[in-house]
Design a protein around this ligand. Structure first.
Ligand code: PHE
Length: 454
């Protein structure tokens, strides 16, 4: 695929093979722990259906326009978010204030990556546990005590964290064609396939009727203002918007890509995966009379109770945690791509070398999160928050919303309309809707999330 847009800068890091690979890679960035771990337990905590309804509205009204803005900016600049912003600002003669968008994308990505790799490691631990049970090494402890023992074991947490850091570094170090595309091509079809297998299993062994009712029953009395804001925040985190991942990916998108169709597809797939994850988890949880609103432990404690009991549980558990691990890996690479691309441009350095340096930095930072579950669990950095809690809150509640807000304001109010029109290729009505969402609805929504976290 050659770059045919007249006068467009040459993409510095190469192009995706075709538009479908772009859509798949961006879906890989979006689908991850946010969908399979965070979405079901937050839904559980907020009473099910009503939460999902607010989530869907947020995804469409808030997430889609910001996602489109990010892809648009990336494809316009064709570089890392930092260089892209510098070029666009320079060409249009706009304030350097907007460089914040570029810098935030680097910083937020590194921060999220640091703890995300630790949690991704948990899926690898669970995979080895259940794979071990298939081969006969059955532990007699219950799921809760096994889990507590694991969290207390810092070297083991760090071991699995390290494994994910290495995988992500190798993928990003390989570049767009030999790294990101390869991981996308293998992980995403695998993820979809495993999801279908598990969905079928859950329909067979789970209490599907109750699981479905739980997710569809819209009862707003169980959803307070907090729940509504949590739904908006979740939409944000899950779509990977507000931190330049999709701007970086958009920089490698072919010019014949329809940004609107791509954003719609990514959004729908991301939402579908979240819903299907719920449809796998809740019927199983109900079939064994467990608590759907059990919080963050839903995936790592409650669900293992099920796997310990159901027919072929060890195999199903193995498949399930491999699936979550695949989703986590494709998100991890998206988190460090902006920083990697920028350093490659800035120092004209070898990609692999840059990726390794970033990996080492994030690994060190991530140790703080890994230790937050054992040695440092009583080391409160702020109030009663551990290092992990601080990084998590700082990124999800502050940096992502601020990034998203700036992106929406910049794309909606600062970019010249003809540039937007040329990139989005929407009709008059479509463009009017996009402007209305990007200029007014998304900024107000983001400000609401932001205020709620204060
Ligand atoms: N969207 C990812 C998930 O749902 C997390 C993520 C956020 C990835 C921001 C990249 C950038 O797990």
């Amino acid at each position: 695929m050659s770059e045919s847009q007249p006068g467009a800068p040459v993409p510095r890091h190469g192009l995706w093979r075709n538009q479908w690979i772009f859509v798949l890679a961006a879906t890989g960035a979006a689908v991850g722990l946010g969908n399979i771990w965070r979405f079901p337990y937050i839904t559980g905590e907020n009473g099910g259906g009503a939460f999902i309804l607010v989530y869907l509205v947020s995804v469409l009204a808030l997430g889609m326009p910001i996602m489109m803005s990010e892809i648009l900016l990336g494809r316009e600049g064709r570089h890392s978010p930092v260089t892209t912003m510098r070029h666009i600002i320079g060409r249009l003669g706009k304030s350097r204030f907007w460089m914040l968008i570029g810098w935030l994308s680097v910083i937020t990505g590194l921060f999220i990556f640091s703890y995300y790799a630790v949690i991704a490691g948990w899926t690898l631990h669970q995979t080895t546990e259940y794979a071990g049970q298939i081969t006969g090494q059955v532990s007699t402890d219950d799921a809760k005590s096994r889990w507590d023992a694991f969290l207390a074991n810092a070297p083991r947490l760090i071991l699995f964290q390290t494994a994910f850091v290495i995988l992500a570094v190798l993928a990003v170090g390989g570049g767009v064609k030999k790294g990101l595309e390869v991981v996308t091509t293998w992980c995403m079809p695998g993820l979809f396939l495993l999801m279908l297998v598990l969905l079928a299993y859950s329909a067979w062994q789970g209490d599907f009727a109750n699981g479905l009712t739980y997710m569809l029953k819209v009862d707003f009395s169980k959803l307070g203002a907090d729940g509504m804001l949590a739904a908006m925040g979740q939409a944000f985190f899950s779509l990977s918007i507000g931190m330049g991942s999709l701007m970086a990916y958009g920089a490698y998108a072919p010019s014949n890509l329809s940004i609107t169709k791509a954003a719609l597809t990514i959004t729908l797939l991301d939402t579908l995966v979240a819903i299907v994850a719920g449809l796998i988890i809740f019927p199983l949880v109900f079939a064994y009379n467990l608590e759907p609103g059990s919080g963050a432990g839903l995936l790592f404690i409650t669900l293992p109770h099920v796997f310990d009991t159901i027919p072929a549980g060890a195999l199903v558990g193995t498949v399930f945690f491999v699936l979550v691990g695949l989703g986590a890996l494709t998100s991890l690479i998206a988190l460090i791509e902006p920083a990697t691309a920028w350093l490659v441009e800035h120092f004209n350095a070898k990609r692999l070398r840059v990726a390794i340096s970033i990996g080492v930095f994030c690994w060190l930072l991530g140790l703080g999160s890994a230790l937050s579950f054992n040695y440092w669990s009583k080391l409160y950095i702020f109030g009663s928050m551990t290092f992990f809690n601080v990084i998590d809150k700082l990124t999800a509640n502050f940096l992502l919303p601020i990034g998203g807000l700036l992106i929406a304001l910049f794309a909606g109010w600062v970019l010249p309309a003809d540039l937007v029109r040329e990139q989005l290729r929407l009709g008059t009505v479509g463009l009017a809707i996009w402007y209305w969402l990007t200029r007014v609805v998304a900024p107000i929504g983001v400000i609401l999330i932001f205020i709620s976290s204060l």
